[in-house]
Design a protein around this ligand. Structure first.
Ligand code: URA
Ligand code: SF4
Length: 242
């Protein structure tokens, strides 16, 4: 089913999104018990990720930072503020309408780069999250996320500067999807030229979003409700007359 169909509000859809949430919750519960690499020892909180499959977009960052580690939520520090602004201003979406996750679910001490063995140990959680969410667009935030996901989908990764801003069509278990890498918002925070490029790349993302404007959904619902009301009224009139 096209994503554009999935927000028309049928009961089947809401059942489906309930199932997705349950499955994501189950993965999060497993993450919260994980000891597969040493990072669990130094973290404060696990950060499994959050959001929904509503827009068909998933953002994948690198690893929790200080603020994320304290709150147990992804992208809630300064980089998170920028990411949230870009989602709202450039994509016209709310944060809750996308899913935001990370390659690592525990903070590396002093925000050091993830080690290859940590990425390998944590990767299955991200892959499972993606299989549940079935996004039509995956946005890799920064080189660690891009390198992992390009590799996972069989694309050569020649560096973030070379691949950023270009959508690559790849085959996922749930169909053809777009994989796109952008600069990490944290890198863009202190480097104005990178920030400009990041903003441009986000503006390009907008054209790949397939969801229908919300107004259509509400209109559709109202007219269904009105029609049901009218039918009930007609039946009542009919029965009161006989
Ligand atoms: N940077 C990331 O890569 N992920 C977060 O969750 C926060 C900052
Ligand atoms: Fe487990 Fe990932 Fe945390 Fe390592 S970073 S302990 S693999 S959840």
């Amino acid at each position: 089913m096209e994503n554009s169909d999935s927000i028309l509000g049928t009961s089947e859809d809401s059942e489906n999104s309930e199932n997705i949430n349950l499955e994501l919750e189950q993965i999060a519960e497993e993450i919260k018990k994980c000891k597969k690499c040493d990072l669990w020892k130094t973290k404060t909180n696990y950060v499994p990720g959050e959001g929904s499959s509503y827009s068909g977009i998933v953002f994948v960052g690198e690893a929790p930072g200080r603020e994320e580690d304290i709150q147990g939520r992804p992208f809630v520090g300064n980089a998170g503020k920028l990411l949230t602004e870009l989602i709202e201003d450039k994509l016209g979406l709310r944060r809750e309408q996308v899913f935001i996750g990370n390659v690592l679910k525990c903070r590396p001490p002093n925000n050091r780069d993830p080690l290859p063995e940590e990425i390998e140990a944590c990767k299955p959680y991200l892959i499972r999250q993606l299989k549940v969410l079935k996004p039509s667009i995956i946005v890799c935030l920064g080189r660690h996320s891009a390198s992992l996901l390009f590799n996972e989908f069989g694309l050569p990764f020649s560096g973030i500067t070379r691949v950023r801003g270009k959508p690559f069509e790849v085959k996922a278990d749930w169909g053809k999807i777009k994989l796109i890498a952008v600069y990490h918002p944290a890198a863009a925070l202190y480097r104005p030229p990178l920030k400009e490029t990041l903003e441009k790349d986000f503006s390009k993302l907008r054209e790949f979003i397939k969801i229908k404007p919300k107004i259509q959904k509400e209109k559709g619902r109202n007219s269904t409700r009105t029609l049901t009301k009218t039918l009930n009224k007609t039946l009542k009139d009919y029965f009161s007359e006989i």
